[in-house]
Design a protein around this ligand. Sequence first.
Ligand SMILES: Cc1ncc(C[n+]2csc(CCOP(=O)(O)OP(=O)(O)O)c2C)c(N)n1
Ligand SMILES: [Mg+2]
Length: 357
Amino acid sequence: MTQETLQILAEDGTLVGEEPELEFGDLIRIYRYLLLLRLLDERMIALQRQGRIGFYGAATGEEAAVIGSAYALQREDWIFPALRQGGAAILRGYPLVKYVAQLMGNKDDILKGHMQPCHFSSRDVNFVSWSSGVASQLPQAVGAAMASRYLGDHRVVMAYLGDGATSASDFHAAMNFAGIFNSPVVFFCQNNQWAISVPLSVQTASADLAMKAVAYGMPGVRVDGNDALAVYAAAKEAVDRARSEEGPTFIEAITYRMGAHSTADDPSRYRTEEEVESWQSKDPISRFRNYLLRRRILDDDKDARLRDEIEEEISLAIQFAEATGPPSPRTLLEDVYQTEAWNLREQQEELSQHPEE
Ligand SMILES: Cc1ncc(C[n+]2csc(CCOP(=O)(O)OP(=O)(O)O)c2C)c(N)n1
Ligand SMILES: [Mg+2]
């Protein structure tokens, strides 16, 4: 039987549940990052359309799921993301300039252009790159959680996945292992109803995704993924459980992918406008904004100023990133193997003889 879905804010931003313990400063901070993610995604899609970056996967409509969940973590915790959680890295202090640099693969990109755009990774913010294979991050996340358990350092791992990933064998292996060994991991599933062109109805015969957790011996929680407060509350409880060695949790955040799967996709070929419009009224950002306006934590002037400030910050990051050149060809073969392979050394030497080519 499908369980109830946790909701704290109704679609119009009125309170319908118990508010989690968050200070005014936290609430403004959450709002700032929700808005930043929305505006950043808009600008990055525009850059891709103008041929200034190659690829992008936006979190539009899913901002509360990303920011609300990551807000429940502590700095020393680890994140194993999928495609749409770059905003969580930014929340943790990954600079916007580095974010844009990764999309451009320029000299400032800490991954030296080796990874596909939107595959961010940074040791500074304990954020481990997705490897593109759907669900491949999940066994890795459970492994990291186990390392933390052996070390006794009380770090928690947040493993993100989409609804589509629940059909992959890596998902089941990771859930099984985490359940048996009580791994300090939170599986945070953004059920955005689509896996590229595959709708949820074709993804599973289960009545919902949260119930899959039961078979692996862990709690499965359903939450309104467009309600930042509910997402935070559910994630906080799961993170606290994991930290106090009570084991893993699976969270199904019900949300909607408002845009295309990525800039390489055209959703008008497989879903209706009416469906997309039906989610418009559930928008996570206007919902949270209305809540803040009602509580007088925010007013229209402050909101407009915040928006301008963020736009300016994004513009500067783009300007800076575009003025930065490509990485040196020498970096092409760096960081591929821990020890230098003879064939790569030969290629590197050859490369250095023809720098212009
Ligand atoms: C193993 C594997 N199969 C297929 C793909 C192609 N692919 C990339 S993303 C994606 C859909 C993922 O859907 P979901 O898990 O719901 O995440 P979402 O993109 O909706 O956030 C697919 C099929 C892949 N990257 N890896
Ligand atoms: Mg999906």
